[in-house]
Design a protein around this ligand. Structure first.
Ligand code: NAP
Length: 282
């Protein structure tokens, strides 16, 4: 089995590469700027750019499985997943796993995941759709600088609860679905083991890092203004609003057993992630 992992440098993609190698698969690790050397002989760095169709065929050469991190940054991102899967370069693909998001079918039309899900379902491949909750890794990624520098995380999340999930668990589910039968046609809501508010999550990170950190709820308007100041486009701002609306309705609170059911292992906790990464917030 050889799998092209799109977004192989990202929060889930990196872990998907590792999980596939651990399961004995060969991997084409896709990035817009691939290095020349891979950490493992089973991994071949390849150039893949949603915005450059000439990169698609060489990246898919000899590949029979595909892990899709979709093109959120492209001006026509909603059509590209369907176009790739319908392209002759994808003819050799047998299994396809799409990274979507929890509640994808109830997000505003500006959000592309529902389009991607529709096209994956229509692809004629053995498809599996992953709908994970918000990642632990956001605390050590996009949220980290604000937490470290101001001691505060500001989001329009009020006291909504989320069963945050570790991207390594998302990756394990992806790797099983890409290498074993029995997962075609499945839509997996992937969560961590417990439901926490952002205030509770910040307490967990405070305890691990030994710093007094706080969650500060903000309005949707303030959040949109913060994103605009950071240079985020209007479409992505509507998208973010849609995600927070779902969260405030309680969509992200339930805990599922998908990680344990599919991988046989327990889902990782935020406590464990915070303990492993405590230096990030110091
Ligand atoms: N963050 C969360 O909590 C969360 C939760 C659920 C679902 N999701 C979904 O996960 C997806 C990824 O989000 P993320 O924040 O976790 O990002 P990420 O995977 O950490 O980073 C994005 C990845 O996409 C690659 N990429 C960017 N533009 C590309 C292009 N034009 N062509 C090919 N590859 C490109 C980047 O690789 P290079 O720069 O190396 O090209 C990078 O590896 C999104 O669809 C999001 O909705 C996220």
């Amino acid at each position: 089995m050889t799998v092209l992992v799109i977004g192989a440098t990202g929060k889930t993609g990196r872990a998907v590469v590792e999980a596939l190698v651990a399961r004995g698969a060969k991997v084409a690790a896709g990035s817009r700027t691939p290095g020349t050397e891979a950490a493992d002989a089973a991994v071949r760095p390849v150039r893949f750019d949603w915005a450059d169709r000439a990169s698609w065929a060489p990246a898919l050469d000899g590949v029979d499985g595909l892990y899709i991190v979709g093109p959120t940054g492209e001006p026509v991102g909603e059509v590209l997943v369907g176009e790739l899967l319908a392209d002759p370069v994808a003819a050799g693909l047998r299994r396809v796993v799409l990274l979507s998001v929890l509640g994808a079918d109830r997000l505003p039309p500006e959000v592309m995941m529902a389009d991607w899900e529709r096209d994956v379902r229509a692809s004629g491949k053995d498809w599996t759709i992953l709908r994970p909750n918000w990642f632990h890794q956001n605390f050590g990624g996009g949220f980290a600088a604000g937490i470290r520098e101001q001691g505060v995380l500001e989001l329009p999340a009020a006291d909504a609860a989320l069963s945050f999930v570790d991207t390594r668990d998302v990756a394990e589910v992806a790797a099983v679905a890409l290498t074993e039968d029995g997962h075609a046609g499945q839509v997996y809501d992937i969560t961590g083991p417990q439901s926490l508010t952002y205030a509770e999550a910040l307490k967990t990170i405070s305890a691990a890092s030994g710093r007094e950190l706080a969650f500060r709820p903000i309005s949707h308007e303030q959040a949109a203004e913060n994103l605009r100041t950071a240079g985020v486009g209007e479409r992505a701002i509507i998208w973010q609003r849609g995600l927070y609306d779902l969260m405030l309705e309680g969509t992200n609170a339930p805990v599922t057993d998908v990680v344990e059911r599919v991988t046989g292992g327990a889902a990782r906790s935020l406590d464990a992630y915070a303990a492993e990464n405590a230096d990030v917030w110091r």
